[in-house]
Design a binder for this molecule. Structure first.
Ligand code: FAD
Length: 393
């Protein structure tokens, strides 16, 4: 592939066995592999302005916060504290049906959101207008070229999941590639990337979109008397505040999206027929159902289980008497890195309702998802090792 140095203009050619396009929403790698984006092209439009306004902080009448929302029927927006003193990012959420970005009076909107009059001074440091979208590439791979992050999926930045999802893509693809390039997995292990990440991407993007739409509806129905003085105004503010909290607490504390997602149709996971627990944007149930994120818990000495895991697979053993020699031997035969970690006495958040029988064994992958679980080592340990390394047939 050709690389051009933007500073010097020098061009050089690089030969590589694998290529990952982490080149953002306009990804040329996505286009090169023939993947097409589909979904919802425009969910919301936002005029964003980064300003320097030293006089703003002293005018704030509400509690100081990183993010402050302005809600009224004229204009709703968010104001983010960038340096905690004088730099602010102001999002002006454009109303459905409003004209183009340039037809909207940026200054007037900004003053409405900030609650300041014409005599208030600020400098614009930069501005960027953007669309909230829900678009997913039709495929994440063509032979040895992959796409990850915004190159593969773009969605409305609700629940702050865009970057998190990109990191999850990288966690996933990096261990699969390392396994193959390290010589202990066939190239077929790479099929798991799209099989695992595409459905999650699709699912989560819909969560994010439906919450964004709820927020857009709320913004569009703010009663005119929200700024009224007296008990009636108080009642309206309280009601809108409650609704705003209920919608937004989920996006700002989105543990479900980050920890509850699971891979339920992977070629390299040994399923046991148990359904993974459902999750919402904010809530999830820690579970050892294969495909789920390995539950986090503390060991008897208080240390984190994640810190004790090996770099490859980790077999969590809840009963130190359980004989795991056959699985260790099978891993050795195939060159699969496997560490055994005794976790007896740990403070375990069990998922008894989902079929985990303790004491038991849980095989955790390098990306901390459960590859297999059982009460004892299976009768065909080599078969299990082959499945989780992508040679399962
Ligand atoms: C207003 C807003 C708020 C957001 N808030 C959050 C949040 O709170 N939490 C969150 O998780 N996500 C958030 N996101 C989403 C997040 O910013 C993106 O999902 C994330 O930046 C995507 O990372 P990426 O590395 O895939 O792509 P990018 O960040 O776009 O990086 C791609 C890089 O590739 C480079 N590049 C492109 N083409 C080439 C080329 N041909 N050669 C060399 N380099 C190239 C680009 O210059 C760029 O540096 C937000 C997005 C927006 C718009």
């Amino acid at each position: 592939m050709g690389l051009r140095d933007l500073d010097t203009g020098a061009v050089r050619t690089v030969n590589c066995r694998y290529l990952i396009g982490c080149d953002g929403a306009r990804s040329i790698v996505r286009k090169a592999i023939g993947a097409e984006l589909s979904g919802d092209a425009v969910i919301q439009r936002v005029q964003s302005t980064y300003i320097r306004a030293p006089g703003l902080i002293d005018r704030q009448r509400c509690e100081r916060a990183w993010g402050t929302g302005a809600i009224n029927p004229r204009r709703s927006g968010m104001v983010y504290a960038i340096d905690g003193r004088e730099r602010w990012l102001v999002h002006n959420y454009m109303k459905p049906g409003e004209g183009g970005f340039d037809e909207i009076d940026r200054d007037a909107c900004l003053r409405t959101i900030l609650g300041v009059e014409d005599d208030f001074n600020y400098d614009i440091l930069s501005k960027e207008d953007w669309y909230g979208r829900r678009l997913i590439a039709s495929k994440f791979r063509d032979r040895c070229a992959f796409i990850a992050g915004d190159a593969a999926h773009i969605w409305v930045p609700y629940a702050g999941y865009g970057m998190n999802a990109g990191i999850a893509d990288a966690m996933n693809l990096s261990w699969l590639l390392a396994a193959h390039l390290g010589g202990w997995a066939p190239p077929s292990i790479l099929d798991a990337y799209e099989a695992e990440r595409w459905p999650i991407t699709s699912q989560v993007s819909r969560f994010a979109m439906s919450h964004a739409e709820a927020e857009i509806r709320r913004r569009g129905s703010v009663p005119a008397d929200i700024e009224a003085a007296g008990p009636e105004g108080e009642r309206v503010r309280e009601e809108i505040g409650r609704l705003t909290y209920e919608i937004n607490v989920q996006q700002y504390a989105c543990a479900g999206l980050n920890f509850g997602t699971y891979y339920d149709r992977s070629p390299i996971i040994a399923y046991d027929g148990t359904e993974a627990p459902a999750y919402t944007m904010s809530l999830y149930t820690p579970s050892t159902v294969p495909g789920c994120r390995t539950p986090h818990f503390r060991r008897a000495d208080g240390s984190s289980i994640y810190d004790a895991m090996g770099e490859g697979f980790t077999l969590l053993r809840f009963d130190s008497a359980a004989d795991v020699a056959a699985l260790e031997a099978a891993a050795r035969v195939r060159g699969v890195p496997l560490a055994v970690l005794d976790v007896e006495g740990a403070d375990i958040a069990t998922d008894a309702g989902n079929g985990l029988v303790l004491p038991g064994l849980v095989l955790s992958r390098p990306d901390q998802h459960v590859a297999w679980r059982g009460v004892r080592v299976p009768d065909d340990p080599l078969g299990l090792i082959d499945r989780v390394r992508g040679a399962g047939g």
